[in-house]
Design a protein around this ligand. Structure first.
Ligand SMILES: Cc1cc2nc3c(=O)[nH]c(=O)nc-3n(C[C@H](O)[C@H](O)[C@H](O)COP(=O)(O)O)c2cc1C
Length: 169
């Protein structure tokens, strides 16, 4: 017989709540950013992945309530800065405060590198500018697709990782 069915003992596994699945899935830590010339903001995101090599395309899951989305929904472009070891504080600030009422760049002591109107985080492992594509509402997040149209390699450090509901250096 091949495959396990309900009631089988899954050797080596302990069943967990399906909602805890992302807890046991290592993910990168990035800052998704946007600017419209008048406002700019960024937020930490871990629910991000590459979805196509040719053309290079990524997808990031964003809750509609994020201030970053408030800006991003009307802009053509958005930024991704991939954070490395040494940028944990930035990940925490951009991931716990809202640009609705806080200048997170000031709070984190970060002078953004501007790619046009899109702010990027200096000292990151890499940074991309993406052209916003399809947006699908899936469950409680928006799946936002983006074509990577510009990419830069940056600091050669170990990537931060989101695992077990915490940021690992
Ligand atoms: C490590 C980490 C990963 C996160 N990943 C996401 C994510 O993938 N999508 C999302 O919508 N929010 C995510 N968040 C939460 C947002 O970063 C957070 O709500 C932020 O304050 C939103 O900022 P804004 O209102 O300025 O856009 C994450 C937070 C942390 C700390």
């Amino acid at each position: 017989m091949c495959g396990a069915t309900d009631g089988d003992v899954m050797k080596g596994f302990v069943e967990m709540d399906a909602g805890d699945a992302p807890k046991k899935m290592p993910l990168p830590v990035v800052v998704v950013s946007a600017g419209d010339g008048k406002r700019m903001n960024g937020m930490t995101a871990a629910w991000i992945t590459q979805v196509s090599a040719e053309p290079p395309m990524i997808m990031v899951a964003i809750r509609k309530s994020r201030y970053t989305w408030e800006i991003m929904k009307d802009t053509e472009l958005f930024g991704i800065s991939v954070l490395g070891a040494g940028q944990k504080k930035i990940a925490e600030i951009f991931g716990t405060m809202s640009g609705m009422d806080t200048d997170k760049f000031g709070e984190a002591g970060v002078e953004p590198v501007m790619a046009g109107d899109v702010p990027l985080i200096p000292g990151s492992i890499s940074a991309f500018v993406c052209r916003k594509g399809d947006v699908f509402e899936e469950g409680d997040h928006l799946a936002v697709f983006g074509d990577v149209i510009k990419a830069w390699a940056g600091d050669d450090s170990r990537p931060l990782m989101w695992y077990d509901w915490s940021i690992k250096e």
